[in-house]
Design a protein around this ligand. Structure first.
Ligand SMILES: Cc1cc2nc3c(=O)[nH]c(=O)nc-3n(C[C@H](O)[C@H](O)[C@H](O)COP(=O)(O)OP(=O)(O)OC[C@H]3O[C@@H](n4cnc5c(N)ncnc54)[C@H](O)[C@@H]3O)c2cc1C
Length: 350
């Protein structure tokens, strides 16, 4: 665990669209924040599940792709220089004298006066093959990955990619283009129809024709290892026929799945895996902890971006009131407030 905690006024758990907008709303109140997300990219469901789909119900924006919306939200918070810690999953939360202490899987300790949970449908974690014997090898992080790291030595190595998504195919094509691994790369999936669009399928077909990449329809049903080093994979096809293949690197590209995990154990009042909040302040059952976006519930709750943005606005107001000891904070328009224009770096006055 880090010796000195990272201090912040507010810790936001989740860098999804609502967590990002929470940064903006707190920033308008001149409240500093740090953001933590388990995933290695910002954007929550928008970036992880439907980046290229158009969204049609953002006010004033007739249509925008989910990724473009995330990019715009990211640009919008740039003036506040808020640190975003990616690849860190929040594990524990402790109530302390002047706020909260939060730890993450990397052992980092955060100390915050308030916490805003914007955890959506849960932490996005990579799905893994259901093979218990693979776990100790996976934990070493030297042979089993979700994508092929640039640093690994490819000379004379057998590379296997399991998955049907665009990442799986792109990794397979990229690896097979490398001069030292041509002919040693195999893409495997349990069925021959992959979840990719036509242009990626064309690229895959062209690469398969070169012979630099092989494609097999099968499941990985067991592994062989020697002294903790992965050496072979056992493949079983739909007829039950088994083949043993060499493997030095295994890329598991099975997509992401959300896990609520530790939030369920924090003694916050919940209803059907959602945090119960006040619809005025978005405070949870613990004073100083707020919840916004898909993670919360209250009468009439709709899991929509628009609702999450509204919630972040009111939560910021409530956090500001709590930190300053005021009942409420004055309403200021972003179009008219000199203070806000200065904060956003758009002040053109004298
Ligand atoms: C296919 C699809 C289409 C959609 N289309 C629309 C639409 O057209 N219009 C609309 O309004 N809404 C739409 N939605 C819903 C919208 O995407 C969600 O309402 C929105 O993403 C919720 O944002 P959020 O920030 O609350 O949560 P999320 O987007 O789920 O983000 C939560 C973030 O918190 C992180 N996190 C969770 N737990 C932890 C933890 N313990 N530690 C660290 N990080 C953690 C996660 O990794 C994630 O990045 C759609 C959803 C889907 C799946």
């Amino acid at each position: 665990m880090s010796a000195t905690p990272i201090q912040t006024e507010v810790l936001i758990i989740g860098a999804g669209p609502v967590g990002l907008f929470q940064v903006f709303q707190l920033g308008l109140h001149e409240i500093s924040a740090h953001v933590i997300d388990a995933h290695t990219q910002i954007g929550g469901q928008c970036s992880a599940l439907y980046p290229d789909k158009f969204i049609y119900d953002i006010p004033g924006i007739p249509r925008i792709t989910a990724q473009q919306l995330v990019d715009q939200l990211h640009t919008q918070i740039a003036p506040f220089h808020t640190p975003i810690h990616l690849g860190e999953c929040v594990r524990s939360l402790k109530v302390v004298a002047n706020g909260f202490e939060v730890t993450t899987n990397t052992g980092t300790l955060y100390s915050a006066r308030c916490v805003v949970i914007a955890a959506g449908v849960g932490a996005f974690v990579h799905k893994e093959l259901p093979l218990a014997e693979l776990k100790p090898i996976r934990n070493k992080q030297t042979q089993v990955f979700h994508t092929l790291p640039d640093a690994v030595e490819l000379e004379d190595k057998e590379i296997v990619i399991y998955g049907a998504n665009e990442n799986a195919v792109n990794v397979a094509i990229k690896a097979s283009n490398h001069p030292s691994s041509q002919g040693r790369v195999t893409l495997i999936y349990r069925r021959d129809k992959l979840d990719i669009d036509d242009s990626v399928q064309d690229q895959l077909d062209k690469t398969l024709k070169t012979g630099h990449l092989k494609f097999k329809v099968a499941q990985i049903t067991s592994i062989q290892e020697r002294k903790g080093v992965l050496t072979h994979l056992m493949l079983t096809d739909s007829q039950g026929e088994q083949t043993l293949i060499n493997c030095d690197y295994l890329i598991e590209s099975l997509g992401l799945s959300p896990k609520l995990g530790p939030l369920l154990e924090w003694e916050l009042q919940m209803e059907r895996k959602a945090l119960i909040v006040s619809p005025e302040t978005f405070s949870t059952s613990i004073n100083g902890i707020y919840a916004v976006g898909d993670i919360n519930t209250y009468p009439g709750k709709r899991k929509l971006l628009l609702s999450g943005f509204h919630e972040a606005t009111l939560a910021a107001n409530a956090v500001a009131a709590k930190l300053t000891g005021q009942v409420s904070t004055p309403l200021e328009y972003t179009s008219a407030s000199t203070r806000i224009h200065k904060l956003l770096g758009v002040w053109r006055g004298v």
